[in-house]
Design a protein around this ligand. Structure first.
Ligand code: ADP
Ligand code: MG
Length: 255
């Protein structure tokens, strides 16, 4: 069923620096469905982070546009999560995850108890009063996600959020975080250079070309899972064939 939440329409953007102009995006178009978990893969420097910054409103399109089709006609709330957790070392975990609420004067009892519940649900309740340096890499990423979710965004923009984690941690944390986002019914756009991660977590994978990025291929992902765990996704019978098809598109782009 078509239920578009974000529509990118012939989006173009260039960076202007003293040394010249870099065309990052040239008439890029794609859509994101409400509640969808979309993964974007593509060569380094092709414009992936630029796409997220444009969606977040941190950059303004040179031409073309981004339309948000939320039910109330207003721009949906957007949460942005980056590779580094950017937790503040001088604040406790609790003070970090409620930072956005504090800044926006929304430290209501209701919001605080929602954040407390997330800390409990995601295994961080006992660490509320600890400093970020006392947490493992995976716990820090979960804390960064809770901080982002505290503001109840409808759309989550994830820019290689797991790439600083070691392989084992990355497997569990990425599956955890994707489940949290799915269970909360959010829409997510995940940028990753890890094809396995894209296939195991996303409903759809978009492969981009070299800069300026164009959509090279789109793969809707349907995996037969033995159980409901995203960790099992890599063992699904369809997994290898998706991996090979997406790999071919990317390898072709690298050639
Ligand atoms: P990706 O996330 O796919 O690696 P980016 O969106 O970060 O790519 O960047 C796309 C292109 O724009 C790259 O060639 C990069 O060097 C250039 N670029 C990114 N940010 C800036 C900036 N602030 N000033 C100038 N050029 C930039
Ligand atoms: Mg990037």
């Amino acid at each position: 069923m078509e239920n578009i939440l974000v529509k990118l329409d012939n989006l173009s953007f260039s960076y202007h620096t003293l040394s010249g102009e870099t065309k990052a995006l040239d008439k890029l178009s794609f859509e994101v469905q409400k509640g969808e978990f979309l993964a974007i893969v593509g060569p380094s420097g092709c414009g992936k982070s630029t796409i997220l910054s444009l969606i977040a409103g941190l950059l303004t399109p040179e031409s073309g546009g981004i339309t948000f089709l939320s039910e109330n006609g207003q721009k949906p709330g957007i949460g942005y999560m980056l590779q580094h957790d950017h937790l503040l070392e001088w604040r406790s975990v609790w003070k970090n995850v409620t930072l956005g609420l504090e800044i926006s004067h929304r430290m209501t009892e209701e919001n605080c108890s929602r954040v407390r519940k997330m800390l409990a649900d995601y295994g961080l309740a006992a660490f509320s009063h600890k400093k970020p340096s006392e947490l493992s890499g995976g716990m820090k990423q979960r804390a960064a996600l809770i901080r982002t979710m505290a503001l109840e965004p409808e759309i989550l923009l994830l820019d290689e959020p797991f790439s600083a984690l070691d392989y084992q941690t990355r497997l569990t944390v990425s599956a955890d975080i994707a489940s949290i986002i799915r269970n909360a019914g959010k829409t997510a756009i995940l940028i990753t250079h890890d094809l396995s991660e894209a296939i195991s977590l996303a409903d759809r994978v978009i492969v981009l070309t070299h800069r300026p990025a164009q959509v090279k291929a789109v793969f809707p992902i349907r995996l037969t899972l033995a159980d409901n765990s995203l960790l099992a996704a890599r063992k699904a019978p369809e997994y290898t064939s998706y991996f090979n098809s997406i790999w071919e598109e990317i390898a072709d782009e690298k050639a």
